[in-house]
Design a binder for this molecule. Structure first.
Ligand SMILES: N[C@@H](CCC[C@H](N)C(=O)O)C(=O)O
Length: 284
């Protein structure tokens, strides 16, 4: 029987099984099925997916993310904060600021340490990608998609789309508790206009500096939080003139709050917590 050491961590309730690939060896072809197995709450460990912390040729560490359906994603905001905490506390890096490679590029992380424990992490998530081709979403016009009408399940909605290295579509709602998360979410996720699928976010604007947020994640369904989704929601809210650029916005997710700024220089900065739940050995 094979096994590996794992650490279960979460960022605002968005939990993954983290594996230190500086030490462990897992066959590439086993990764998608392992993500499905470890995520299972009855027969596995229980999580939103699997994240590998790997050596990198271009950054200090590399993150690979698998959703709980076994699909590999190109980015994960909550995952980046947890990888940063793990890398710093396990001395994979020496400084408070370091780089993390993702499948969508290299980002910079800064850990905020209290009594030698990483409490909060700020990640410079880079620039949002906004053209239709960059989302990607099928359609003629290659401009940004901001408050564009789209029909899903015979109803017309206004959508705004943002890529943070992975695709997001944002719907504004009057009351967050009434967001059609489990009904509209899975329909939009797999809509053929999004050839790679899409993460589906519902946002209620509280005021110019606060948003309520809920998510149906591509490949994982409802989760407590989505870091890239919260960044996308802040960018979408600036584009829709609900919030302001270069001013921090508090995003209230089901699992807690993130502080996010789309700076005048172009980058999106995300600050929030990262926590360890448990460690153990997984047999497969
Ligand atoms: N929970 C994540 C995003 C994980 C990947 C996503 N489901 C996708 O397929 O793009 C986050 O915190 O950003």
């Amino acid at each position: 029987m094979k096994s590996f050491q794992f650490t279960k961590m979460h960022g605002l309730g968005n939990s993954y099984i983290y594996v230190n690939m500086f030490k462990e060896k897992i066959k590439e072809e086993e990764l998608p099925s392992l993500a499905i197995k470890v995520a299972n709450v009855y027969t596995g460990i229980g999580s939103d997916g699997l994240i590998l912390i790997c050596p990198s040729n271009v950054a200090d560490v590399k993150m690979r993310v698998f959703n709980n359906d076994g699909s590999e994603a190109k980015n994960c905001g909550n995952g980046l904060r947890c990888v940063a905490k793990y890398a710093y506390e396990h001395k994979l890096v020496e400084e408070n600021r370091f780089s993390i490679e993702t499948l969508s590029g290299v980002v910079q992380a800064e850990v905020h340490v209290k009594d030698e424990v990483v409490d909060q992490v700020t990640v410079d998530m880079g620039q949002p990608r906004l053209s239709r081709a960059e989302i990607p979403m099928i359609g003629e016009n290659q401009d940004m998609i901001v408050s564009e009408q789209a029909v899903f399940a015979n109803q017309t909605y206004e959508i705004t789309t943002v890529s943070m290295g992975n695709p997001h579509v944002i719907f504004y709602v009057d009351q967050i508790e009434e967001a059609p998360l489990t009904t509209l979410g899975p329909i939009v996720e797999k809509d053929e206009r999004f050839p790679d699928g899409v993460n589906v976010e519902f946002v209620e604007v509280v005021n110019e500096q606060e948003l309520h947020f809920r998510v149906w994640e591509r490949g994982s369904g409802v989760t407590q939080a989505c870091g890239t989704g919260a960044c996308a929601a802040v960018v979408a809210s600036v584009l829709n003139h609900y919030t302001k650029r270069d001013i921090p916005t508090i995003v209230h997710l089901a699992g807690g709050d993130l502080t996010i700024t789309w700076t005048n220089e172009g980058a999106v900065l995300m600050t929030g917590p990262a926590e360890i739940i448990c460690k153990g050995e997984y047999y497969y």
